[in-house]
Write a protein that binds this ligand. Sequence first.
Ligand code: AN7
Length: 374
Amino acid sequence: MASRYTGLIDRYRDRLPIANETPAVALGEGGTPLIRLDNLARDIGFDGDLYVKYEGLNPSGSFKDRGMTMAVTSAVADGVDTIICASTGNTSASAAAYAARAGLTAFVLIPDGKIATGKLAQAMIQGARIVQIRGNFDDGMRLVKQVAETAPVTLVNSVNPFRLQGQKTAAFEICDELGRVPDYHALPVGNAGNISAHWLGYKELAAQPGTLTAENCNDHSYSVGGYDKRPTMLGFQSTGAAPFLRGAAVDEPDTVATAIRIGHPQSWNAAWAAHDESGGHFDELPDSEILHAQKQLATREGVFCEPASAASIAGVMRAIEKGRIEAGSTVVCTLTGHGLKDPDRAIEQGGGLAEIETLDATEAAVRKRIESGL
Ligand code: AN7
C-alpha cells in the first residue's frame, strides 16, 4: 500500500476539528525529526536523554506550518479569499506559502527593518502583500486584530484557534516516537502560542477518553492518547523581551532573536496555565547566552537553528546547571525555526573569512591548517 506522507491533517485528522470531507491545504508539514544530542549532553555532564524536535525542517522552515495548514484549510472551507497576520517573520513566511498553495491573498504586516533576511525572502517570492509598519510586532498585532474585526479577512495569527490545534500535533509526534511522555519540554516563548499548543496536546494525550467536538476542541475534555503523565513545561525568553519574567507586558522589547521580539504576548493566560498546571518554570537568557547555545548546537551537533530557537537549549543548559532538571530525565527542546532564516546572524557568529591569496599560497596554508587542525 502506498504510504506517502502528506501532512499532519491527514495523519491526525481524527484528533483535529477538520471534517473528513474537507480537503487539507498541505505541504507535508509535521513529521519532523526528534534528534538525540549526545555530544551536548556529554559536554554539560547531563546523564539523561536530551532531544531536539527540529521544527526548522517544516516546509517553510518553522513550526508555524503546523498551525497554518489548519488555519488556511479552515479558511478555504469557509469560502474566505484573504488572510492577514502580523509577524516577526516566520508567520508571514508560512502564511505566504499556504496562501499561495490555496490561491488566497495574504497580507503580512512586519516590523520595519526587524525581520531576518530569509523570512523576508520567503514572503516576497511567495507573493504576499508585504506591509512594513512603523512599529513593532505588538503594534502590528493590534492593527490586524482591529482590521479583521470588520474587514472580509481571516486573521491567521495564533489567536486563530485552528493555529494551536495544528501546533499541538508536535506533542503527539514526540510521544508517539518516544513511546512515552518526556519529563520536560522546553520552548522559546514569544507570543506564547506554541507553548500553549504543546500543553493542549500533552493534556489530550493524558486526559480521560471522550469525543472531540467543535465545542470542546480547545478545552482538553477529551482524550486521544492513553498516556499516564504530562511533562513539566519550560519557557524561555530573551532578557530584553521577557514579559513572563516581569509579570507584565513589556512596551519596548528588544533582542537579537527577532522572532521573539514580542512584549505583549497574546496567549498570556494559556501560557501561565501551562506553567502552573505542569509545575514548570519560565526563565530569561541574555542574548549572548542564546547565541552561544545556537553556536554550540551547530558546531557540536551539526544542527542549525535560528537564534530564537536556541533559547530553548540555552534555557535547558542553564536549568541543568542549576539543578532545576532532575538527573536521568528525558528532555525535549523545540527548535522552532531553521538557521537559514537568519543567515546574517550566522555569518556574524562564524567570524570573518580570511583574505583571498594566490592559489599556491592558499594550498600551502590549507596544508598547514589541516596538519595543525585549526
Ligand atoms: C523561530 O512569526 O510570532 O511563543 O510572528 O518564529 O508561539 O509566539 C514567531 C514566533 C519562537 C515564538 N521561535 O513562538 C511570528 C512569531 C520562532 C518564532 C517563536 C517564534 P510563540
